[in-house]
Design a protein around this ligand. Structure first.
Ligand code: NAD
Length: 307
């Protein structure tokens, strides 16, 4: 398949590597406003082809995206230590406004655009509006990463494979995200039932620690490593695989629905993210999801006129 990546900073280049390693991609076009960066990334990763998959990786311009089935947008500023994702709102809206019109001019009408740039949900809304594409084709990685972090922490708590845990984070990919404890299952059992049967324990304090670590993971990683890249690269490669193989897996991606983009479990396949599942939520989770939606809406309004 042919893929484009726009933005070859820390995250975009990690995504390029992760995608290369899937073996699914035959052609990869790399675009950055810094041409030297795109060229250097394609040279470096191109050398990897001698050890593994035969893939045509090259720097390019927007015209080279013609025929791409998926284009990933990972351009824009990253958080500095202490900055929130929302602090990037205006800077990165300018980046999306620059990229999307150029992209849709050349892209096939069935292209799937994957948005990685933060603040994620607002950027999905902006990109959907600017692109004029069906909402199901403009897909944000959303809380895929947050949900993966939740499963990883639960797997450590219970010494269990994360593959056996179904647990999702909903809402904003940001500080107002909602941990959907009441719908989480392990081996088909609710968490309290699993804890009882397996003679494990999950105290209120342990739950609070998990919530804190899921919501603050990016801040902690940025403190230690200046940026985050491995988790988001794996999440994006996973999403690409799901589309490429029409896997129809349930992923917490962010797409515009009822005039707002936020993450809910959605069935993702070759035609994008078409079907949304509304998970069971208790009253406090429902309230928190509404608040999360309000936060996203307020930030979108701050952008003013879209076009
Ligand atoms: P970075 O500063 O390392 O790289 C950004 C790249 O974007 C640079 O190479 C820059 O030249 C390029 N760029 C900027 N404006 C451009 C434009 N108009 N056209 C083309 N290229 C342009 O940043 P990073 O660490 O790679 O992060 C990129 C984005 O990914 C940030 O917004 C960050 O917050 C986000 N991110 C999202 C997640 C997630 O879960 N969704 C996780 C990590 C990072």
């Amino acid at each position: 398949m042919k893929i484009g990546i726009i933005g070859l900073g820390t995250v975009g280049s990690a995504i390029a590597t992760a995608l290369y390693n899937t073996g699914l991609v035959r052609e990869m076009v790399l675009i950055d406003r810094d041409d030297k960066r795109a060229l250097a990334t394609s040279e470096d990763l191109g050398a990897a082809a001698a050890f593994g998959f035969d893939i045509n990786i090259r720097p390019g311009n927007y015209r080279d995206l013609k025929g791409a089935e998926i284009v990933i947008v990972a351009a824009g500023a990253n958080q500095l230590p202490g900055e929130t994702r929302t602090d990037l709102l205006h800077k990165n809206a300018a980046v999306i406004r620059d990229i999307i019109p150029q992209l849709v001019k050349v892209a096939d009408k069935n292209v799937k655009i994957i948005i990685v740039t933060n603040p994620l949900d607002v950027m999905v809304m902006l990109a959907t509006e600017l692109s004029g594409l069906p909402a199901s084709q403009v897909i944000g990685t959303g809380t895929m990463l947050d949900s993966a972090r939740l499963r990883a922490l639960l797997s450590r708590q219970f010494s269990l494979s994360p593959a056996s845990i179904d647990a999702y984070v909903l809402g904003e990919h940001g500080d107002s995200s909602v941990l959907n404890w009441s719908a989480a299952t392990i081996g088909g059992l609710s968490i309290p039932e699993f804890v009882k049967q397996s003679k494990n324990s999950l105290t209120i304090a342990a739950k609070k620690t998990i919530e804190h670590r899921v919501r603050n993971a990016a801040y902690e990683i940025i403190k230690g490593r200046k940026a985050t890249w491995d988790g988001i690269a794996a999440a994006t490669a996973n999403l690409v695989r799901c589309i490429a193989e029409d896997a129809r897996r349930v992923l917490t991606v962010s797409v515009v629905e009822n005039k707002i983009a936020l993450s809910l479990p959605r069935i993702v396949g070759a035609d994008g993210a078409r079907q949304t599942l509304i998970p069971n939520m208790d009253a406090s989770e429902s309230r928190a999801l509404k608040q999360s939606a309000e936060t996203i809406k307020k930030n979108y309004v701050k952008l003013g006129r879209v076009k």
